[in-house]
Design a binder for this molecule. Structure first.
Ligand SMILES: Cc1cc2nc3c(=O)[nH]c(=O)nc-3n(C[C@H](O)[C@H](O)[C@H](O)COP(=O)(O)OP(=O)(O)OC[C@H]3O[C@@H](n4cnc5c(N)ncnc54)[C@H](O)[C@@H]3O)c2cc1C
Length: 241
Protein backbone atom coordinates (compact mmCIF):
# COMPACT_ATOMS: atom_id res chain seq x y z
CA UNK A 1 0.00 0.00 0.00
CA UNK A 2 1.26 3.47 -0.86
CA UNK A 3 0.23 6.49 1.18
CA UNK A 4 0.28 9.61 -1.00
CA UNK A 5 -2.16 11.61 1.09
CA UNK A 6 -0.20 14.78 1.66
CA UNK A 7 1.30 16.78 4.52
CA UNK A 8 -1.32 15.75 7.09
CA UNK A 9 -1.32 12.12 5.93
CA UNK A 10 -3.80 9.92 7.74
CA UNK A 11 -1.94 6.88 6.43
CA UNK A 12 1.23 8.08 8.16
CA UNK A 13 -0.68 8.64 11.38
CA UNK A 14 -2.16 5.13 11.27
CA UNK A 15 1.18 3.44 10.55
CA UNK A 16 3.77 5.65 12.27
CA UNK A 17 1.78 7.57 14.88
CA UNK A 18 0.90 11.24 15.48
CA UNK A 19 2.10 13.89 13.03
CA UNK A 20 3.70 16.04 15.76
CA UNK A 21 6.78 13.81 15.97
CA UNK A 22 7.57 14.38 12.26
CA UNK A 23 6.27 17.93 11.86
CA UNK A 24 8.86 20.71 11.59
CA UNK A 25 7.14 24.09 11.83
CA UNK A 26 8.99 26.73 9.80
CA UNK A 27 7.49 29.77 11.52
CA UNK A 28 4.79 30.89 9.08
CA UNK A 29 1.06 30.45 8.50
CA UNK A 30 -0.90 31.13 5.35
CA UNK A 31 -4.44 31.44 4.03
CA UNK A 32 -5.44 30.88 0.41
CA UNK A 33 -8.88 31.61 -1.02
CA UNK A 34 -10.65 32.84 -4.14
CA UNK A 35 -12.25 36.26 -4.30
CA UNK A 36 -14.02 38.44 -6.88
CA UNK A 37 -11.69 40.20 -9.31
CA UNK A 38 -12.83 43.68 -8.33
CA UNK A 39 -9.36 45.07 -9.03
CA UNK A 40 -9.47 44.37 -12.77
CA UNK A 41 -6.28 42.28 -12.67
CA UNK A 42 -5.52 40.21 -15.77
CA UNK A 43 -2.70 37.78 -16.59
CA UNK A 44 -0.68 38.94 -13.58
CA UNK A 45 0.25 38.46 -9.98
CA UNK A 46 0.87 41.28 -7.53
CA UNK A 47 2.63 41.11 -4.20
CA UNK A 48 2.51 43.23 -1.06
CA UNK A 49 4.97 42.91 1.79
CA UNK A 50 5.53 44.28 5.27
CA UNK A 51 7.93 42.87 7.87
CA UNK A 52 6.54 39.48 8.81
CA UNK A 53 3.51 39.72 6.52
CA UNK A 54 2.91 39.16 2.83
CA UNK A 55 -0.03 39.16 0.46
CA UNK A 56 -0.45 38.06 -3.13
CA UNK A 57 -3.18 38.29 -5.72
CA UNK A 58 -3.03 36.07 -8.79
CA UNK A 59 -5.19 36.66 -11.84
CA UNK A 60 -5.35 33.66 -14.13
CA UNK A 61 -5.96 35.01 -17.63
CA UNK A 62 -9.06 37.25 -17.62
CA UNK A 63 -10.91 35.38 -14.93
CA UNK A 64 -13.47 37.27 -12.89
CA UNK A 65 -11.99 35.52 -9.86
CA UNK A 66 -8.63 36.07 -8.17
CA UNK A 67 -6.55 33.76 -6.02
CA UNK A 68 -5.83 35.57 -2.76
CA UNK A 69 -2.96 34.59 -0.49
CA UNK A 70 -2.09 36.00 2.93
CA UNK A 71 0.98 34.74 4.78
CA UNK A 72 2.54 35.78 8.06
CA UNK A 73 5.33 34.92 10.46
CA UNK A 74 4.34 33.47 13.82
CA UNK A 75 6.85 31.94 16.25
CA UNK A 76 4.50 29.20 17.49
CA UNK A 77 1.94 27.27 15.46
CA UNK A 78 -1.64 28.42 16.19
CA UNK A 79 -2.73 25.11 17.73
CA UNK A 80 -6.13 26.51 18.77
CA UNK A 81 -7.01 27.41 15.18
CA UNK A 82 -6.11 24.08 13.56
CA UNK A 83 -9.61 22.63 13.42
CA UNK A 84 -11.54 25.87 13.83
CA UNK A 85 -12.20 27.83 10.60
CA UNK A 86 -13.72 30.77 12.52
CA UNK A 87 -10.57 31.03 14.65
CA UNK A 88 -8.44 30.86 11.48
CA UNK A 89 -10.36 33.76 9.95
CA UNK A 90 -10.06 35.78 13.17
CA UNK A 91 -6.32 35.11 13.39
CA UNK A 92 -5.67 36.22 9.80
CA UNK A 93 -7.90 39.30 10.18
CA UNK A 94 -6.18 40.31 13.44
CA UNK A 95 -2.73 39.82 11.92
CA UNK A 96 -3.48 42.12 8.97
CA UNK A 97 -5.64 44.64 10.87
CA UNK A 98 -4.63 48.20 10.01
CA UNK A 99 -2.67 47.26 6.88
CA UNK A 100 -3.28 49.23 3.71
CA UNK A 101 -3.05 48.42 -0.02
CA UNK A 102 -5.74 45.90 -0.98
CA UNK A 103 -5.51 44.11 2.36
CA UNK A 104 -8.88 45.27 3.82
CA UNK A 105 -10.70 43.96 0.71
CA UNK A 106 -8.71 40.73 0.84
CA UNK A 107 -9.49 40.19 4.51
CA UNK A 108 -13.19 40.86 3.87
CA UNK A 109 -13.13 38.38 0.97
CA UNK A 110 -11.27 35.84 3.11
CA UNK A 111 -14.03 36.11 5.71
CA UNK A 112 -16.67 35.38 3.01
CA UNK A 113 -14.73 32.72 1.10
CA UNK A 114 -16.22 29.23 1.08
CA UNK A 115 -12.91 27.70 -0.04
CA UNK A 116 -10.54 29.09 2.60
CA UNK A 117 -7.43 26.92 2.92
CA UNK A 118 -5.48 27.73 6.07
CA UNK A 119 -2.38 25.91 7.18
CA UNK A 120 1.01 26.25 8.79
CA UNK A 121 4.16 26.24 6.68
CA UNK A 122 6.03 23.13 7.69
CA UNK A 123 8.04 20.14 6.66
CA UNK A 124 7.66 16.46 7.35
CA UNK A 125 10.92 14.87 8.45
CA UNK A 126 10.60 11.18 9.03
CA UNK A 127 13.40 8.70 9.74
CA UNK A 128 11.59 5.91 7.84
CA UNK A 129 9.19 6.10 4.89
CA UNK A 130 8.03 2.49 4.96
CA UNK A 131 6.80 -0.02 7.49
CA UNK A 132 5.59 -3.51 6.67
CA UNK A 133 3.66 -3.38 3.43
CA UNK A 134 3.04 0.39 3.59
CA UNK A 135 5.24 3.05 2.00
CA UNK A 136 4.75 6.81 1.99
CA UNK A 137 5.52 9.10 -0.90
CA UNK A 138 5.42 12.85 -1.59
CA UNK A 139 4.39 15.28 1.14
CA UNK A 140 3.16 12.37 3.27
CA UNK A 141 6.74 11.11 3.55
CA UNK A 142 8.81 14.25 3.27
CA UNK A 143 7.00 17.54 2.61
CA UNK A 144 9.68 20.19 2.02
CA UNK A 145 7.18 23.14 2.30
CA UNK A 146 6.28 25.55 -0.46
CA UNK A 147 9.14 27.80 0.63
CA UNK A 148 11.50 25.44 -1.22
CA UNK A 149 9.37 25.43 -4.39
CA UNK A 150 10.29 21.74 -4.61
CA UNK A 151 7.26 19.91 -3.20
CA UNK A 152 5.78 18.79 -6.51
CA UNK A 153 9.19 17.79 -7.84
CA UNK A 154 10.00 15.73 -4.75
CA UNK A 155 6.59 14.06 -4.89
CA UNK A 156 7.03 13.12 -8.55
CA UNK A 157 10.63 11.99 -8.11
CA UNK A 158 9.65 9.95 -5.05
CA UNK A 159 6.79 8.28 -6.91
CA UNK A 160 9.10 7.49 -9.83
CA UNK A 161 11.80 6.06 -7.56
CA UNK A 162 9.28 3.98 -5.62
CA UNK A 163 7.68 2.64 -8.82
CA UNK A 164 11.12 1.84 -10.24
CA UNK A 165 12.16 0.03 -7.07
CA UNK A 166 8.97 -2.04 -7.02
CA UNK A 167 9.46 -2.92 -10.70
CA UNK A 168 13.05 -4.06 -10.34
CA UNK A 169 13.31 -5.67 -6.88
CA UNK A 170 12.20 -9.18 -5.93
CA UNK A 171 9.72 -8.07 -3.25
CA UNK A 172 8.34 -5.04 -1.45
CA UNK A 173 10.87 -5.30 1.41
CA UNK A 174 13.81 -4.92 -0.95
CA UNK A 175 11.92 -2.37 -3.03
CA UNK A 176 11.05 -0.10 -0.08
CA UNK A 177 14.64 -0.30 1.20
CA UNK A 178 16.01 0.66 -2.23
CA UNK A 179 13.47 3.50 -2.57
CA UNK A 180 14.59 5.04 0.72
CA UNK A 181 18.29 4.44 0.14
CA UNK A 182 18.31 6.02 -3.33
CA UNK A 183 15.93 8.93 -2.69
CA UNK A 184 16.52 10.17 0.84
CA UNK A 185 19.70 12.20 0.28
CA UNK A 186 18.07 14.12 -2.58
CA UNK A 187 14.96 14.83 -0.51
CA UNK A 188 16.91 15.94 2.57
CA UNK A 189 19.15 18.19 0.51
CA UNK A 190 16.08 19.95 -0.87
CA UNK A 191 14.42 20.19 2.54
CA UNK A 192 17.60 21.85 3.83
CA UNK A 193 17.17 24.72 1.36
CA UNK A 194 14.99 26.52 3.94
CA UNK A 195 15.33 27.00 7.67
CA UNK A 196 13.00 28.06 10.46
CA UNK A 197 11.96 31.71 10.02
CA UNK A 198 14.37 32.22 7.13
CA UNK A 199 11.96 32.52 4.18
CA UNK A 200 13.43 34.94 1.65
CA UNK A 201 9.91 35.65 0.40
CA UNK A 202 8.60 36.77 3.81
CA UNK A 203 11.34 38.72 5.62
CA UNK A 204 10.45 39.47 9.22
CA UNK A 205 12.48 42.68 9.68
CA UNK A 206 12.39 45.96 7.75
CA UNK A 207 16.10 45.58 6.99
CA UNK A 208 15.67 42.07 5.57
CA UNK A 209 12.69 43.25 3.54
CA UNK A 210 14.74 46.10 2.02
CA UNK A 211 17.51 43.61 1.17
CA UNK A 212 15.00 41.27 -0.46
CA UNK A 213 13.56 44.10 -2.53
CA UNK A 214 17.07 45.06 -3.61
CA UNK A 215 17.73 41.48 -4.70
CA UNK A 216 14.43 41.39 -6.62
CA UNK A 217 15.32 44.60 -8.43
CA UNK A 218 18.59 43.03 -9.50
CA UNK A 219 16.97 39.90 -10.92
CA UNK A 220 17.42 39.25 -14.58
CA UNK A 221 14.36 38.36 -16.66
CA UNK A 222 16.48 35.62 -18.24
CA UNK A 223 16.50 32.44 -16.14
CA UNK A 224 19.98 31.37 -15.03
CA UNK A 225 21.50 28.57 -17.07
CA UNK A 226 21.95 26.38 -14.03
CA UNK A 227 19.56 26.02 -11.13
CA UNK A 228 20.42 25.21 -7.55
CA UNK A 229 22.59 22.08 -7.29
CA UNK A 230 20.04 20.53 -4.88
CA UNK A 231 17.40 20.56 -7.62
CA UNK A 232 19.44 18.29 -9.89
CA UNK A 233 21.19 16.24 -7.22
CA UNK A 234 19.47 13.02 -8.31
CA UNK A 235 19.73 11.48 -11.75
CA UNK A 236 16.65 9.39 -12.37
CA UNK A 237 17.51 5.78 -13.25
CA UNK A 238 15.94 4.24 -16.33
CA UNK A 239 13.16 1.81 -15.48
CA UNK A 240 13.03 -1.23 -17.75
CA UNK A 241 9.71 -1.57 -19.63
C1 LIG B 1 0.41 27.54 -1.06
C2 LIG B 1 1.27 26.46 -1.61
C3 LIG B 1 2.14 26.74 -2.67
C4 LIG B 1 2.96 25.75 -3.20
N1 LIG B 1 3.82 26.06 -4.22
C5 LIG B 1 4.61 25.10 -4.75
C6 LIG B 1 5.48 25.39 -5.84
O1 LIG B 1 5.56 26.52 -6.32
N2 LIG B 1 6.24 24.37 -6.33
C7 LIG B 1 6.17 23.11 -5.83
O2 LIG B 1 6.86 22.21 -6.33
N3 LIG B 1 5.36 22.81 -4.79
C8 LIG B 1 4.58 23.77 -4.24
N4 LIG B 1 3.76 23.47 -3.19
C9 LIG B 1 3.84 22.14 -2.57
C10 LIG B 1 3.09 21.11 -3.39
O3 LIG B 1 1.75 21.54 -3.55
C11 LIG B 1 3.13 19.79 -2.63
O4 LIG B 1 4.45 19.49 -2.22
C12 LIG B 1 2.64 18.67 -3.52
O5 LIG B 1 1.30 18.93 -3.91
C13 LIG B 1 2.71 17.34 -2.79
O6 LIG B 1 2.08 16.36 -3.57
P1 LIG B 1 1.43 15.09 -2.90
O7 LIG B 1 0.77 14.35 -4.03
O8 LIG B 1 2.44 14.38 -2.08
O9 LIG B 1 0.34 15.63 -1.88
P2 LIG B 1 -0.97 16.51 -2.16
O10 LIG B 1 -0.85 17.34 -3.39
O11 LIG B 1 -1.28 17.20 -0.87
O12 LIG B 1 -2.08 15.42 -2.47
C14 LIG B 1 -2.60 14.58 -1.45
C15 LIG B 1 -3.98 14.14 -1.89
O13 LIG B 1 -4.45 13.16 -0.97
C16 LIG B 1 -5.81 13.43 -0.72
N5 LIG B 1 -6.15 12.85 0.59
C17 LIG B 1 -5.74 13.27 1.81
N6 LIG B 1 -6.24 12.48 2.76
C18 LIG B 1 -6.97 11.53 2.14
C19 LIG B 1 -7.74 10.42 2.59
N7 LIG B 1 -7.83 10.12 3.88
N8 LIG B 1 -8.35 9.67 1.66
C20 LIG B 1 -8.24 9.95 0.33
N9 LIG B 1 -7.53 11.00 -0.15
C21 LIG B 1 -6.91 11.76 0.75
C22 LIG B 1 -5.92 14.94 -0.75
O14 LIG B 1 -7.25 15.35 -0.98
C23 LIG B 1 -5.00 15.27 -1.92
O15 LIG B 1 -5.68 15.25 -3.14
C24 LIG B 1 2.90 24.44 -2.67
C25 LIG B 1 2.03 24.14 -1.60
C26 LIG B 1 1.22 25.15 -1.08
C27 LIG B 1 0.29 24.80 0.05
Amino acid sequence: MVGADGLHSRTRELVFGPEEQFHRYLGYCFAGFTMPNTFGLSHEGVLWSAPGRGAALYAVRDSDELHGFLAFARPEPPYDAFRDPAAQRDLVAATFAGDGWKIPAMVAAMRDADDLFFDVVSQIRQPRWASGRVALVGDAASAPSFLTGQGSSLALVGAYMLAGSLATRPDHVAAFAAYERDTRAFVELNQAQVGVGSAALFPVTAEALAQRNERLRGLSTVPPETGRPAHTALTLPAIPA
